[in-house]
Design a protein around this ligand. Structure first.
Ligand code: FE
Ligand code: CA
Length: 537
């Protein structure tokens, strides 16, 4: 084990040395009196007196993410006043120390180093740690001039290709702050999982119209300051912080991290695309600043590469998709506003040119699946992949914001799984604030079309569900849907072994209480070698 090796990220290091003096000088010129007082007592690196922070700079907690066999990203953000512009800090770089240990009490330290929290990244810190041992737990924390963060726990992945008997994961989506507390994350603290996957709608840009348990602060974000403040508000939630500190996370976004139902550079309100690109750039930037992501996900302008594939021994590969950034506009929206709608006659949703993933991401996904040697091929994506006829009885209607608006590309992917005999494909989804268990076929209307994958869609952490009665009556029209319930909030927990995939749909009793007991609503099994879904309990 190496000790004390430097682990500034490459980007962080290159950005700092030359600009540091200038930023420091500018900071002294522009910072408020309060901030100046803080600077005088700030987290300087060496020499001089070692005064203390007047306020805790680690208000937003810690996180780790995207685990590899030899590394993981450690995250925090300095923000003594998280809801104020600049987080209560002057626009100067600040040195932060980090420590990684094999034990919770930091007696067996394995790595430590310093990282710069840069004002242009909202004083976030991304420690891109490599050189760790595979498949083991580590504890980490950050220190800054006498202030210490909470202690986080993380875990590296098993080396790709080596035998792995079991993996446990949980996944979550859709956590509207106003519509409920995050008791689901509290429940998750009791689960011994290897990682948490977040499928999107980590924040909501829009206010709730319904009954609320708490309120957003500030208006709908449209610029960097606005999105930063929104992430800070969400990350102040103690249950969310605890879930980040407890396990490594793998994250991707859906629409509300930017704007409801956006598609590429087409906004819901049909904004000028270049104006919307500027908004998207701000939103993507704030997302990177608040998530434990590798530097390759850092946005360049309004583009950011979020899709990635992670390997866990020879047991599982996780392909994490971004179904927002590269997609075509929703079809058949010419007469209304932007965004999704339920359509009955819409030939354009079947057009081969309608892409949900974009050509590059689709090629990358299929190449990875075809090449894969692992037991379970997992696709983590945002929404419902299965077809869903939303017109009860004769006739059909489809929601254009999900895969149903991009049906030819879905068919192409599912047909490729059949043609190339890709085994044991499991799709994880969110977005629809409901539990679904579905069998996926290249042609959902043809009973002879083979089942090529199983899909488990998780309900929302807190966001209001779909109207249950209306959707429950659609089940006879959609025989590939094996289970549906939209009346609960919660998350999904999976235990994956070589022979069997077990999914538990976990529900909390109420989102109106910060702590609410959780229980399993239903469990499903998939046996390796057969993608059909069995009810397990
Ligand atoms: Fe949502
Ligand atoms: Ca129908």
């Amino acid at each position: 084990m190496r000790r004390g090796s430097p682990a500034h990220s490459t980007r962080g290091r290159s950005a700092t040395t030359s600009s540091r003096l200038e930023l420091t000088r500018r900071g002294f010129v522009t910072a408020s009196a309060a901030a100046l007082a803080w600077t005088a007592s700030g987290c300087r690196t060496t020499g001089g007196p070692r005064p203390r922070f007047e306020r805790d700079p680690f208000t937003l907690g810690v996180a780790s993410g995207s685990p590899l066999a030899d590394g993981v990203v450690l995250w925090t953000r300095l923000a003594p006043a998280p809801l104020e512009p600049g987080g209560g800090l002057p626009p100067t770089p600040i040195d932060v120390h980090w420590k990684v240990s094999e034990d919770e009490s930091f007696r067996r330290g394995v790595r430590s180093g310093r990282a710069l929290a840069l004002p242009e990244l909202a004083h976030s810190v991304h420690v891109e740690l490599r050189g760790l041992e595979p498949a083991r737990m580590y504890w980490y924390r950050f220190d800054c001039d006498g202030a210490s963060s909470s202690v986080g726990r993380t875990r590296t992945a098993a080396t790709a290709g080596t035998r792995l008997e079991r993996l446990r994961l949980a996944y979550a989506s859709c956590q509207h702050y106003e519509q409920g507390y995050y008791g689901a994350y509290r429940a998750l603290l009791e689960d011994d999982v290897d990682l948490i996957v977040h499928l999107g709608d980590y924040i909501y840009e829009g206010a709730s119209r319904g009954v609320e348990v708490r309120r957003h602060e500030g208006p709908e974000p449209v610029d960097l300051a606005g999105y930063r403040a929104r992430y800070a508000l969400y990350k102040l939630d103690p249950a969310l912080q605890a879930a980040h500190a407890a396990h490594p996370w793998v994250t991707t976004w859906d629409d509300h991290e930017v704007d409801n139902d956006y598609a590429g550079d087409a906004s819901q309100d049909r904004d000028d695309p270049s104006a919307f690109r500027a908004r998207r750039a701000a939103a993507y930037q704030a997302y990177y600043e608040h998530m434990p992501l590798w530097g390759r996900a850092r946005p360049v302008g309004s583009d950011a590469r979020l899709f990635q594939r992670l390997a866990f021994g020879d047991l599982l590969e996780l392909s994490v998709l971004d179904t927002r950034q590269y997609r075509s506009d929703q079809p058949c929206g010419e007469t209304g506003g932007g965004g999704g709608q339920v359509v009955e006659q819409c030939a354009a949703r079947l057009a081969p040119s309608q892409s949900f993933l974009g050509e590059i991401q689709r090629g990358w996904l299929l190449a990875g699946l075809v090449r894969s040697q692992v037991r379970w091929n997992v696709i983590a994506q945002q929404t419902l992949m299965a077809e869903l006829d939303q017109k009860a009885g004769p006739g059909e209607a489809f929601w254009t914001d999900a895969w149903d608006g991009y049906a030819a590309e879905r068919q192409r992917i599912l047909a490729a799984l059949a043609e190339r005999s890709v085994p044991n494909v499991v799709v994880l989804g969110g977005d629809v604030h409901s539990f679904f268990a579905n069998e996926l076929r290249p042609d959902f209307r043809d009973p002879l079309s083979p089942v090529v994958a199983s899909e488990f869609v998780g309900t929302s952490i807190s966001s209001d569900g779909l109207p249950y009665e209306r959707f429950a009556e659609l089940l006879p029209d959609n025989p590939h849907v094996k289970f549906f319930d939209s009346r609960q909030r919660g998350y999904v927990r999976c235990e994956i072994t070589r022979d069997r995939w077990l999914t538990d749909f976990r529900m909390v009793e109420s989102v109106r209480e910060p702590s609410s007991p959780a229980r399993t609503l239903a469990s499903f099994a998939v046996e390796a070698g057969s993608p059909s879904i069995q009810r397990a309990s």
